[in-house]
Design a binder for this molecule. Sequence first.
Ligand code: AMP
Ligand code: ZN
Length: 133
Amino acid sequence: MCVFCKIANGEIPSYKVYEDEEHLAFLDISQATIGHTLVIPKKHYENFFALDEEEAAQLMKVVALVSKKLKAALNFEAFNILNNSGALAGQTVNHVHFHLLPRYTDDGLVMHFAGKKLSDAEFKDLLGKINSK
Ligand code: AMP
Ligand code: ZN
């Protein structure tokens, strides 16, 4: 059983922020910023793609609710929401979760997208691939 399944069933303790029948939110053991919280479905799903649209919508509802709870409680400037799906994307626990990351001035967290501009032809080619699905 994975570590988040063990947290969900109480085998491993956690600092719970929110709980309902199907979801749990708890403080990340490694606080990237103060208030760093994880939101999970209690049921094991490997990553975001294992959720159907309804399950994803339910999970996102809890993400919204818990984000607002954090916002009301903590005096942060800004906020990031992050899901890592797959090892290459940084996923280390293979039970789907969203990171809720309060952001503060000089919090030291670096989230940097080194973007690459495509040519118009490249954009159209890419769009063709995506919109063929
Ligand atoms: P990810 O790298 O997106 O898979 O994130 C996994 C997160 O789970 C990391 O930020 C870890 O610090 C966190 N984590 C791992 N074990 C625990 C635990 N027992 N309680 C709380 N958070 C944990
Ligand atoms: Zn699990």
